[in-house]
Ligand binder design. Structure first.
Ligand code: NDP
Ligand code: MG
Length: 399
């Protein structure tokens, strides 16, 4: 291991982003060494990854899965130490031996370990957008206090980051307008139901919702893409990451997912970042930033792509996008409430307990019933999250 080798913890290693991260890391053994890998239950995936990357620690959230992993690693003669539970997740995110943390746990479960990495001043590669949506103010405050370096992995935000001026401190302090930015153009593929008749959306299955036309992702974000709530979460994420207001972010449907987002300046210049839809590009960008490394992603063939289309989002088809935009404008606790209600609704849809079109109903009803106040601390956010989850569960049980 050379003096410049970065030691990395991958939170959510068994997931779609985790697997892509380890793929990029494996291409650069001279630059990166895995310190810890974490998952919830998929211990078999973690076992294979431990054998390939030989981390110091493997953490399972679920106790039974931790025992299985422990047995398997001892059987295989792998020296990786197995830990279990929430404290261990935070511990491997904040360990003094760690340089960089990939935050790729899905949903609100990622908030505490990601915050632990931020508070420890790590370089944090943020895929877990729900953490920022829930607690953006507290999160960005913690980044400023600790001196952590926060780099966006979400392809759109990574693209925006690449198109913004290099002097990040300027726009983080003064806002994007002070850097000559007129607006952010946040691109969206429109997901698998972009052209499905609206009257058919009550009958679509979890399998259809998870079959994204351009991206291969975990189930939760796939359903969020199908409802376009994902784009709403990304709008909120963009406001926190780039110190801007929802009114300065325009959602543009671009079905080819070749342009990953754009930035328009006051002189009329529009800068875009393009590439094949493969998360290894933003992952490699953030891992090596401000340098560049190979990611394994094929060269973009613009001749084969042939055309790039753009249109406005359809709010009748995608009511979740409007709900998220409203929550972004209300701000305060509204985004955390929206996120919690959505997580419960998506899980219920995946379990076939509610229809696809009822996801928006759950979110809307929960948002109407809980008042959005300014969050004063993390416990306050967690209480609102729990209240919204309980209310969403209750609504679903009553239907
Ligand atoms: P996956 O569902 O594929 O993976 C999620 C990871 O989180 C798995 O390792 C899973 O473990 C772990 N996990 C789930 N629940 C818990 C929990 N309660 N405690 C601890 N760990 C848990 O998700 P993705 O990789 O698709 O997405 C991860 C994050 O990245 C999400 O926030 C998503 O919005 C964001 N993102 C993803 C993109 C993509 O292309 N996939 C693109 C942009 C952003 P286990 O496998 O054991 O369940
Ligand atoms: Mg995205």
């Amino acid at each position: 291991m050379s003096a410049t080798t970065q030691s990395i913890t991958v939170l959510g290693a068994s997931g779609s982003i985790g697997v892509s991260t380890l793929d990029v890391i494996a291409r650069h053994p001279d630059r990166y060494k895995v310190f810890a890998l974490t998952a919830d239950r998929r211990w078999q995936v973690l076992a294979t990854q431990c054998l390939a990357h030989n981390p110091r620690y493997a953490v399972m959230k679920d106790p039974a899965s931790a025992r299985e992993l422990e047995l398997e690693l001892r059987r295989q003669g792998c020296p990786t130490e197995v830990l279990q539970g929430d404290e261990a997740l935070a511990q491997v995110a904040a360990d003094p031996l760690v340089d960089t943390v990939m935050a790729a746990i899905v949903g609100a479960a990622g908030l505490l370990p990601t915050l632990a990495a931020v508070r420890a001043g790590k370089k944090v590669l943020l895929a877990n957008k729900e953490a920022l949506v829930m607690a953006g103010g507290l999160f960005t405050h913690a980044v400023a206090e600790s001196g952590a370096v926060l780099l966006p992995i979400d392809s759109e935000h990574n693209a925006i980051f690449q198109c913004l001026p290099n002097h990040r401190a300027d726009y983080l302090q003064e806002g994007l307008k002070s850097s000559g930015v007129r607006k952010i153009l946040l691109t969206a593929s429109g997901g698998p139901f972009r052209n499905t008749p609206v009257s058919d959306l009550s009958r679509v299955t979890p399998e259809q919702a998870c079959a994204h036309p351009n991206w291969s992702m975990g189930q939760k974000i796939s359903v969020d893409s199908a409802t376009m709530l994902n784009k709403g979460l990304e709008l909120i994420e963009a406001c926190w990451l780039f110190n801007t207001r929802p009114q300065q972010v325009q959602v543009v449907v671009h079905p080819q997912s070749v342009i990953h987002s754009m930035v328009e300046y006051i002189d009329g210049s529009v800068l875009a970042q393009l590439g094949n839809p493969d998360m290894r590009t933003p992952i490699a960008h953030a891992l090596a930033w401000p340098q560049r490394i190979e990611s394994g992603v094929a060269s973009l063939d613009l001749i084969a792509t042939a055309r790039l289309d753009f249109s406005a989002p359809d709010y009748v088809r995608f009511p979740c996008l409007r709900l998220a935009q409203q929550a972004a404008e209300v701000s305060g606790m509204a985004p955390a409430i929206l996120n919690a209600a959505n997580e419960v609704a998506v899980a219920a849809f995946l379990q076939r307990r509610i229809r696809f079109d009822q996801i928006a109903n759950v979110i809307e009803q929960v948002l109407t019933r809980i008042e959005s106040v300014e969050p004063h601390d993390l416990a306050h956010v967690q209480a609102a999250d729990s209240e919204a989850r309980a209310m969403a569960q209750q609504l679903i049980t009553q239907w």
